[in-house]
Design a protein around this ligand. Structure first.
Ligand code: TYD
Length: 214
């Protein structure tokens, strides 16, 4: 899909501060005159949010392929109904989690070809212009996430070793696709992480954003 917008995804483990950082960046980009759409996965549209509720509920299937197919269904609807039209209209779309979460969370239990097949069915090849990986040791992230809400979802419940694997997979993707990814240390305080995120976006997409605004 060729579009005049900018698609920026945020990835990372639990409690890395993705939604907080997305809020900061949205404010900065709006101040620069951009139309900004903030959204998340799984979710972003009423139907995809309904799939999210199923995926994160205690009754959710523990089968990784079933999960991957539901994440893919939610993603397809999200792109069709929200992300695609926003990008075609020239907006900046900031998305809390996207395809790399499927690769990192379901990837340990499904063959890479099957993961990629589910992703291509969902996205028809749409890729982020930039992916910000907020990197944090899972021990710190899980403690932050548990402080934020007493309810622990299906994926937060997984053991520390699983979250260490997820982190390692994210870092490996970033290394393999260094043009699309930027790794930001999420252990620092909120304001300094926000400053690094903004500088990174300007560095990587500044020219494109200037063209969009002009
Ligand atoms: P969320 O509340 O968005 O997590 P966080 O607050 O840490 O961002 O919950 C989404 C959960 O779903 C999270 O544990 C990661 C998981 N997930 C997958 O396993 N695969 C996917 O493709 C996506 C998008 C999310």
């Amino acid at each position: 899909m060729i579009h005049p917008g900018a698609f920026i995804t945020f990835e990372g483990g639990e409690g890395a501060g993705k939604s907080t950082q997305i809020r900061h960046l949205a404010r900065e980009l709006e101040a620069l005159g951009h139309r900004v759409v903030v959204t998340r996965e799984p979710g972003g549209t009423p139907f995809a949010e309904a799939i999210r509720a199923v995926l994160l509920s205690p009754e959710a299937s523990s089968d990784a392929m079933t999960q991957a197919l539901l994440f893919a269904a939610a993603r397809r609807e999200h792109i069709r109904a929200l992300i695609g039209p926003a990008l075609m209209a020239g907006s900046v779309v900031l998305c809390d989690r996207f395809t790399d979460s499927t690769r990192a969370y379901q990837g340990g239990r499904i063959a890479p070809e099957a993961i990629e097949a589910s992703i291509i069915l969902a996205t028809s090849g749409l890729e982020p212009n930039l992916t910000i990986l907020l990197d944090l040791p899972p021990k710190i992230g899980l403690a932050r996430a548990q402080k934020r809400s007493a309810a622990v979802d299906t994926f937060e419940k997984a053991d520390l070793a699983f979250h260490e694997d997820v982190r390692a997979r994210f870092l490996a993707f970033a290394k393999g696709e260094s043009e699309r990814f930027a790794v930001v240390d999420a252990a620092a305080n909120e304001a300094s992480v926000a400053a690094v995120v903004l500088a990174t976006v300007q560095d990587r997409l500044g020219e494109h954003l200037a063209e969009m605004a002009g």
